[in-house]
Design a protein around this ligand. Sequence first.
Ligand code: NDP
Length: 348
Amino acid sequence: TMAPVPKTMSGILIEETGGVEVLKWKTDLPVPELKEGEILVRNEFVGVNFIDTYFRTGLYKSPLPLITGKEAAGTIIAAHPSVHTSDPSLQEGTCVAYVADHAYAELTAVGADRAAAIPAGLATDTAAASLLQGLTALTFVREAAGLARPGDQVKGQGQLGVSEGPWALVHAAAGGTGLMLVQMLAAHGARVIGTAGGEAKCALARGNGAQWVVDSKSEDVVGRVREITGGKGVDVIFDGVGKATFDGDLEMIARKGTLVVFGNASGPVPPVDVLKLGAKNIKLMRPQLVSYIVTKEERAAYTKELFELLLAGKVKVKIHEVYPLKDVGQAHSDLEGRKTAGKLLLKV
Ligand code: NDP
């Protein structure tokens, strides 16, 4: 039997945008009321993502006050009656992971279609640490870059049509999303180059499937990539760094390459002159995860595949640190200060 649902809860509230000091710990926030199709999750681990910093600073807009946070894992403590018929697998007591809003709190009301039951054998912290960034890597490799599912692949041939597998470059390859990307790309038969700041991060990227690593702190990335690829350049680039790396991407990309720009860790990329793309017939993409998992079917299929990869040990998660939810400001400073490798979690 479940304990009664409380009236108030603790969590992190943003009342005005700004530095980490605007992340305010509160103990008397109202518990959200369940709407049709929603479940109430008692969060155990909350994933920290770079996007959380964009909402904190105001780079991405949201009405205030805001409880931000885009993913967590925990236990369902209440379900709207409609869920009993629509989603019988998600009931009180079920352990779930989700990608949805307002995760920086003790309790979050989540659309049941946004949540997935955590399979037996997968730890709650692993689920919270892998869902958003794992789905990002999987959907971007498959759909933004157009690489074939490993089983569907002609041996040694990606859909980009090169005999030895396409050249792929991942910026910030030791980051949470970067480590997922290098593993997924290696599993899809790509020849993976990772960039990372410093020796320790480079070693981590290498240990996760980046066959070549370039230290972005001490090496000339564009020049090294030209050498590694024998002058050809890379067929696909995954760039979550943004402003600082975009111009170099246009130099490093191979003719007919795909440039996937998906984040702003160093600031947003300024407006692009599309005429620049013609010299090499570059495909420029700016995908977001949530637009690849719109339907229940898309969400379910990619989540199932990700969980299978994790359970089989084919994809691993590196947890950088687990911070108490109260200390989310420290987590944001570490992430923005490039002090982290792998995934940051908050313990509720
Ligand atoms: P990371 O763990 O990758 O942390 C960011 C890393 O970026 C740093 O560790 C650092 O690595 C690198 N970096 C380079 N320049 C800077 C800079 N000026 N300031 C801060 N960091 C810098 O974070 P996430 O995995 O959470 O996110 C990575 C990127 O992916 C973000 O841009 C994020 O918004 C984006 N993203 C986008 C999604 C989408 O749907 N579009 C979904 C998920 C993530 P190093 O020291 O090695 O340079």
